[in-house]
Design a protein around this ligand. Sequence first.
Ligand code: ADP
Ligand code: MG
Length: 703
Amino acid sequence: MHTPILESSIEYLKGVGPTRANLLKTEMGVVKFGDLIYKFPFRYVDKSLVQKIKDLHGDGNPVQIEGILVSLELITGNNRKRLVGLFKDDSGFIELIWFQRVKILEQTLKVGSEYVLYGKLNVYKGKKTIPHPEMELAEKAKESIKGDFDPVYYSSEKLTSRGLDAKGIRRIMVSLFEKISKTDVPENLPTYILTSLKLMGKYEAIKEMHFPTNKSLLEDAQKRLKFEELFFMQMRLLQIKKNRQKNLKGHIFEYVGEHFNTFYKEKLPFELTGAQKRVIKEIRFDLGSGIHMNRLVQGDVGSGKTMVALMCILLAIDNGFQTCMMAPTEILARQHYDSIMEYVKGMNINVAFLSGTVKGKKRAALLQSLEQGEIDILIGTHALIEDPVVFKNLALAIIDEQHRFGVVQRAKLWRKNESLPPHILVMTATPIPRTLAMTLYGDLDVSLIDEMPPGRKDVKTTHFTESRRAHVLQFMHHEIAKGRQIYVVFPLIDESETLDLQNLNAGYEQLLQYFPPGQFNISVLHGKMKPKDKDFEMERFVAGKTHIMVATTVIEVGVNVPNASVMIIENSERFGLSQLHQLRGRVGRGADQSYCILMTSYKVSKEAKERIHTMVRTNNGFEIAEADMQLRGAGNIEGVQQSGYMDFNLANLANDGPILLAARHIAEKILNEDMTLAMPKNELLRREMVALHRKHKSYNRIS
Ligand code: ADP
Ligand code: MG
């Protein structure tokens, strides 16, 4: 049988051969013709944009000018050999300079001729030069330019050494497209999608990327290819979700019974917010439906996720089921245990705590009563998912602060009930932008708690440099005098743990001078301490016995001390946005006005400045998450890399939100109408999905 041309080995492409083929494979992952067509230019040079010499400012962008080479001189003094040229257009003169290939250039460049010059401007002590410009005779340049945009390809040192620099890649791209035609690159989107969204055909789009006609067609091509990537990813995610909903039965929570009602009527210490009510309703609907629930609750720090979890737990108990709640750290798990114990006091509900610290007879007894169904709620750390932990009838598993747990751990929870997996409720206080959520959690149902309990005041955030230290110390005294407590947080980054510890200790020493023992108490908490000591220090602070908590980021997640009203973050330029936001979330949990003070040195990077400005500007976690994504790119947001859903060639979640929304919308519509893609009009989609499924087998069954 005749093999499709895209399957041909790249070695056989004109201008490649075995050596370059090897390099293309190792440097770019290109093995076949079909791989090369997807190696798109990483940028384009706008040929229509010719600048004037007098307007050049050296802003780092490439420049293009048109003019006459006035003179050329080879200088061979005691210095390095160099070739110096003078170039002029109708606005002025500029110096050109070459250090390499000077002999050849001296012979080939023609003084007095008109050139199009391309390069980067260098400004040194006010003097402007262009080192190593690319020169093309104006006549020729005009001939070779078909469109306004010239593609620039990725290359590498090794590729360049074998003649495959950016231009060399361009040359083999030309030979490639001489060989292939429209029939070789089959369309994978049905016509009805192409027409309704006005999308370019696949082959046309790919060709346009390499040989752009003009700016607007190039943008159409990019849109088409980005859509394709995002659309098929959404199709995969939604198919997984719909399959689960169709095939995976869930425990049915039929009754709203005594526990739920008693608590709601008699014990609930406050009125639920509208958002809490809505989310509880969404969860109740799932739990009553007979379908397996796999739901993510996103809510900013302090939005009241614990109460939502508790209401669901009560519902489970009313229906005779066990529940568990897992937190990423001992401190957090303890806190959940304490607050839930407090809430259900006097209600004849059996709550137990399990972590690595529960050992021996106590542990054995706990495990036994768990297996016999005497424990209603088990709260703890990841110790919960270990094999010896056996439930009688676990029907709801709640995971707090999910970004700390891996997919594997979630999968283990699924297996804690052999007859039917428990419903899964994941709670995260790390808001992520909507586009990211759709990708990262596209196969989960998502609930949003987008409202804060009433009376909560926004935390006032200020940025200070070291020169205001005295002022900050004074402010601390002032707040402590009002009966408040204060966090002082130091960065902790793995590589320089010792150094950070020194910083923390130095900071502690300094504080001791201003807050002398006897009058004031200071807690210290860091990762190098024994768990027992950590708990001790934490408990002292929680109980209000210490005024100041000097800590590393171990306090980042979830700790709740409503009386703490000041968060001082030292070296705040070293923290990421989501971390800063988490830390700030530790205050503002009571009724008092709270403050967050971001300390930095004088000199901070542009990005760090941007992060700090964002923090000062807003308290809204979703806005901060969006800013974080814009600053760092979607690929660098925590949890994204491991997801396996983010290997886009062109699409970028930070900028392509509208395309993603369109893709998600149409994918949903198609699957609602034709879940198995059996309709003739969806034949192309069915085939593509089968191919994708084969390629991505490993990701498919994950909560
Ligand atoms: P998070 O979402 O960060 O886990 P918590 O569940 O710890 O938030 O709640 C933060 C604080 O807000 C707790 O002290 C809790 O008692 C309180 N809280 C929760 N819901 C409400 C509400 N509807 N009205 C008033 N206070 C609430
Ligand atoms: Mg919480």
